[in-house]
Each structure stands twice: as structure tokens, then as C-alpha cells.
Design a protein around this ligand. Structure first.
Ligand code: S3P
Length: 425
């Protein structure tokens, strides 16, 4: 159980664990490449460990030494039929991206996950993969996991994705590596592009514009990868520091990929003082040190066009909006309903317990500013980002905020509590 309470400021120089999205991709792409990949700063969170376990079950030798992971890739068709059900745990990225790879294998596999993941929509990947010829069955007419995936010869498609989702785009692109001809995915608003960047880095045959990406079957070769710090983990501390006058925080080596940096744009729009220093290229991804000086923030309007760039940061932005001046409105964020919990309703319910005036909208929420946050016991719903958002809310509360079920934080940020203690000292 995690408890937090009011602090005047946050200070220090920290780094956060490796990026979750990029860690998953390094294991998956490393496994289907030829030769060894050495992955540094890998995120040892439960989600990424689920991905490792799945690929081990398909015959890939993966050695973990401290936070370096060595993947002994066996090439395009080197995966073996798993003897048991593959378990993606709580991880949507594992299940959805891996389904793309499994669709093109010469064996049948079954993939399941925990109670939360078994409720999350899988038709969003099954529909395009079936258009490529994949044979995927699941519960409720093929919509829900467990999924049974019979590997077949795939054909390339042109797919206009109805949602801006990197998990959908990546599942189709990874299947495209096994398909006859070209596979193209169009998105109206570009989602995170880590799969594209990593495929190119491993020698993949890829063509991109701002609207679409095309992949052709490619021979991939193992590489050394240094995973940038996860901006979605850094976000909790960036937001806390930005909204607390007197704070000064530096977070080193954070990934600042332009498809992920919406949190910085929105906080700046709310008046935050944030600078990015020492920007450098890191195997196709950009990293930098983020310096934050605390100040009083004001409310803002967040609309559909920026949502994919900050989808995982909306819970923490909602908390920060509660202590800023004026109203903040978030719309166009219906995708929040299909995350590890329904993050619109879970955030609204738990923020109300803290005395925050917030209104639930069909596709977002409206938060009144300058709330006096009161102590309470809140629930995580088994959702890591809800638990961490509530912990940061506690830093603005006169009385203690107790977060039930905070162990789910291990999914993405195992040392969250340790770093939190360091910066509030
Ligand atoms: C992810 C994509 C996003 C994000 C998730 C990780 C990824 O999901 O919310 O935490 O690694 O591709 P969607 O693609 O469903 O938006």
C-alpha cells in the first residue's frame, strides 16, 4: 500500500527506467532478427517481462544480466511452436503486437492475459490481420482473448486504421514482414512510431510519410539498442515539479520522440517552465535531459488532435489541472476507456474522493482548477497509471492519500516509490 502527503517542492537530478513501448519492441524485433541483440536500460517491469516469457516459450534464448538483456534472434522463421499457452499478463502491447507476428508463423498458438486484458478489445487487430488472411479466433465472436492464432501465408494489405493506435499499426506492420507484397497502414493522426524506427534500425524495408507507412518482407539483423528513459514514467515527476513553485528537477536521458512529447507541449501551454538540454540521437530515437522549474500553472483545453501524443499521460495531466488556475477541458480521448481500466471513469471517481470538482464527459473530462485536495483512500483498479497519478495527487494534499492496490505500479515503473522519496527529501 502506498501513502503520500503534502510536500512544498520536488528537487533533484534523477533518471527513470527504460521506455516500455521500446523495450517490448526490442525483444520482439530482436527475436525475429538474425543474431544477437544487446539491449541496455531495458525496462524490467512486469509487462516487458511478459513479452520476454512469451518469446522464451517460442524457443528464443533471452539472457538477463542486471538491466542488460541479450536476445539470441533466430531470424524470420526461427520461432518454435509454443508447448503451452502464451501469457501476456496485463500487457496490451504484448498481446496485440505479438498477434501480428504469430499470424505469419507455420504453427498455431494460443495467447491469453489477466482479467483486465481479457476484457480489452482485440477485434481492432484481428480485423486487419484477418484481411491479410490470418485465422484468429477468440471469445465473443473473436473480439476478446484468449485468442487462437493459426499461422498462415499472409498477403499484404492497404489498411486505413479507424483508430490512431500504435498497437494496431504495429500488429499490421509486423504481420507485413511475413506477407506477400507490400503492407500499408494509414492513420489520420500519427500514433507513436517506435516500431517503424526500430524496424529501420534493424535493417527493415520501410517507407513513410506523415500519413502512412509501408513495409515489405525484410531480413532483419540483431543490433545493440540503448532504451531511452520512458517519458510516460517521467511524466509523473515532470508534472509534479512543473506545478509546484520552488521546485527544480532534472530528468536525464528521457526519450523525446515527437510522437510522445505531448505532455511537454501541454504543460508548457499551461505555463510550465520546461527546457530540454543535451539532445542526442540514440539508435533512431531522440533523447534529452528535461529541466523543470516549478510555477503556478493555469488550465487549458486538450483536444483530439494531440491525444495520441499524450494518451498515457492524461491521468497525471488531470491531477495537475486540478491544482492549476481555471478550468481544463479534455475531449477526443475516448480511447482512454479501453486502457488497463476505463481511465475516464476511474480517474473521475477517484479524483472526486480527493475533493476535486471534475465532470465526466463522453470522451474526456472537465476539471475545475484550484481545488483543495483532501486526503482519502483511493483505488488503483489494478491500473499502474491510476495508482501513480493518485500518488502525485497526494503530494498536493494536506492529509494522507492512501492508494490501495499500488503493487500494479510494477507493470511499468518498479522503482517509482524509491525515486519519489528521493525528490521530496
Ligand atoms: C502503446 C501504445 C498505446 C499506449 C500503450 C502502449 C504501444 O496504446 O497507450 O500504453 O507500445 O504501442 P494504443 O496503441 O492502443 O493507443
Amino acid at each position: 500500500m502506498l501513502r503520500t502527503t503534502k510536500v512544498d517542492k520536488v528537487n533533484g537530478k534523477i533518471s527513470v527506467p527504460g521506455d516500455k513501448s521500446i523495450s517490448h519492441r526490442a525483444i520482439m524485433i530482436g527475436s525475429i532478427s538474425k543474431g544477437k541483440s544487446k539491449i541496455q536500460n531495458f525496462l524490467m517491469g512486469d509487462d516487458c517481462l511478459s513479452t520476454i516469457n512469451c518469446f522464451r516459450k517460442m524457443g528464443i534464448t533471452i539472457d538477463i544480466k542486471e538491466n542488460i538483456v541479450e536476445v539470441n534472434g533466430r531470424g524470420h522463421y526461427g520461432l518454435k511452436e509454443p508447448e503451452d499457452i502464451l501469457d501476456a499478463g496485463n500487457s496490451g502491447t504484448t498481446m496485440r503486437l505479438m498477434s501480428g507476428i504469430l499470424s505469419g508463423q507455420s504453427f498455431t498458438s494460443v495467447i491469453t492475459g489477466d482479467a483486465s486484458l481479457r476484457k480489452r478489445p482485440m477485434d481492432r487487430i484481428a480485423i486487419p490481420l484477418r484481411k491479410m488472411g490470418a485465422q484468429i479466433e477468440g471469445r465473443q465472436g473473436g473480439r476478446l482473448a484468449p485468442l487462437i492464432i493459426k499461422g498462415v501465408d499472409l498477403n499484404g494489405i492497404k489498411y486505413i486504421s479507424p483508430v490512431s493506435s500504435a498497437q494496431v499499426k504495429s500488429a499490421v506492420l509486423l504481420a507485413g514482414l511475413y506477407a506477400q507484397g507490400e503492407t500499408t497502414v494509414y492513420e489520420s493522426i500519427k500514433s507513436r512510431d517506435h516500431t517503424e524506427r526500430m524496424l529501420k534500425y534493424f535493417g527493415g524495408n520501410l517507407e513513410e510519410t506523415s500519413e502512412f507507412v509501408t513495409v515489405k518482407p525484410s531480413d532483419l539483423t540483431g543490433q545493440n539498442v540503448h532504451i531511452p528513459g520512458d517519458i510516460s514514467s517521467a511524466a509523473f515527476f515532470i508534472a509534479a515539479a512543473a506545478a509546484m513553485p520552488g521546485s527544480e528537477l532534472i530528468i536525464e536521458n528521457v526519450g523525446i520522440n515527437p510522437t510522445r512529447d505531448g505532455i511537454i507541449a501541454v504543460l508548457k501551454d499551461m505555463g510550465a517552465k520546461i527546457d530540454i538540454e543535451d539532445i542526442k540521437d540514440n539508435g533512431g530515437e531522440t533523447v534529452g535531459n528535461i529541466r523543470i522549474i516549478g510555477s503556478k500553472l493555469h488550465g487549458t483545453t486538450i483536444t483530439a488532435d494531440i491525444i495520441p501524443r499524450l494518451i498515457d499521460e492524461i491521468p497525471i495531466l488531470a491531477v495537475i489541472a486540478a491544482v492549476a488556475d481555471g478550468i481544463t477541458t479534455i475531449t477526443g480521448a475516448e480511447e482512454l476507456k479501453v486502457k488497463e481500466s476505463n481511465r475516464i471513469s476511474t480517474m473521475v471517481t477517484e479524483m472526486k474522493k480527493l475533493g476535486i470538482e471534475v465532470k465526466e464527459l463522453e470522451d474526456g473530462m472537465e476539471i475545475k482548477g484550484n481545488n483543495k485536495i483532501t486526503g482519502a483512500t483511493v483505488e488503483s483498479y489494478g491500473d499502474h497509471r491510476i495508482a501513480m497519478s493518485m500518488a502525485i495527487a497526494g503530494l498536493f494534499s494536506e492529509d494522507t492519500v492512501t492508494i490501495n492496490g499500488s503493487e500494479c505500479i510494477n507493470v511499468s515503473f518498479p522503482n517509482f516509490e524509491k525515486i519519489l522519496k528521493e525528490i521530496v527529501k
